[in-house]
Design a protein around this ligand. Sequence first.
Ligand SMILES: NC(=O)c1ccc[n+]([C@@H]2O[C@H](COP(=O)([O-])OP(=O)(O)OC[C@H]3O[C@@H](n4cnc5c(N)ncnc54)[C@H](O)[C@@H]3O)[C@@H](O)[C@H]2O)c1
Length: 344
Amino acid sequence: MTVKSDSISLRVCVVGCGAMGTIHAARWNRLPDAAVVAVVDIRPDRAERLAATCGLDRWYLDYREAICRDDVNVVSVCVPTHLHAEVAICAAEHGKHVLSEKPMALTLAGADAMIAAAARQGVKLGVGFMRRYSPVQARVAEWLAAGGLGRPLAYHALDARELRPKREMHDANANGGPVIDMGVHLFDGWSLLFAAEPVEVFAQGHRLAAGRPEIAHIATVAVDTATVIVRYATGDTGTFVCSWGLPPGVTPPGGPDILFGPAGALHLTYGITHQEALWLREGGVWETIAVSDEDMYAREIASFAACILEDRPPPAGGAEGRAALRVALAAIESMQTGKPVLLG
Ligand SMILES: NC(=O)c1ccc[n+]([C@@H]2O[C@H](COP(=O)([O-])OP(=O)(O)OC[C@H]3O[C@@H](n4cnc5c(N)ncnc54)[C@H](O)[C@@H]3O)[C@@H](O)[C@H]2O)c1
């Protein structure tokens, strides 16, 4: 890789060198104003591999040691969700800007502490809702606001897969299960697309995989299968149906998310490097509303970098991260009580 000058503005520490840490590091290093200068993982093999990819001759096992480095001024938080708050708060308290993967935390107290630490230190806090950075989501939001599909709107999303190979995805105290882990992308998107606040959440859930030997070591098995219905102030609704508890080899074919309205159905696809919104309108005619072949993660990281350099708030910051988490936690509460949860 090209060695950048010491005078670059954004010197990034990536904490967590798994799937997302690798994605963040590559996108940071593509920016002319940024370079990854430190990588951290409790697994030395992963830290060493990402360090080598970034052209670094050392790596860290302890995030505190790396974050404290004087030259680091941005931290990408790519560890499992239950660790986001502690790493992000440590970074903010050392005066570093923080881009946290989603969900921003597992609890509202954790999210609030992250927001407070960033505000106290005057650093930016971004949350990794990469769909926000797709030109497709932005265009669809405009189109809906202009009445493209009419009102009311009903959004349907399905995410069904076999038991997750990353077992911590099944731990309520690690990544939280699909309602938290995947749900937050939808809950954030719905607020944007409906341009409204969520007012009521109802959910039912199951643990289909609870008896499986692959996750027998997890004491706090998360709900892996659920139906979540969120009602918005506009009367629009979102429905998320998920199962990550299916047996190995059982991953039903995925489909696009579908948004229904009086003027037809909008099919939404969010691939990393291809997103599209296709409208099936009266008469069975397909019309392309928006399409993009841009990398959502690259756009997210470029946007966060620009927000730091131009001193602007990130489009997906602590408030947006907290709002989506609040809906996810309300869904969990609704499953536990069997009753809808009203969001004041
Ligand atoms: N935005 C998205 O599309 C998206 C996609 C996948 C995952 N995520 C989120 O990103 C986060 C990470 O997920 P992932 O898929 O990269 O997981 P991963 O398991 O691939 O990587 C996490 C890494 O963190 C390391 N780690 C654990 N504890 C650590 C510690 N104390 N200090 C340093 N490193 C530590 C692990 O060893 C592992 O290498 C999760 O919160 C997940 O929800 C977001």
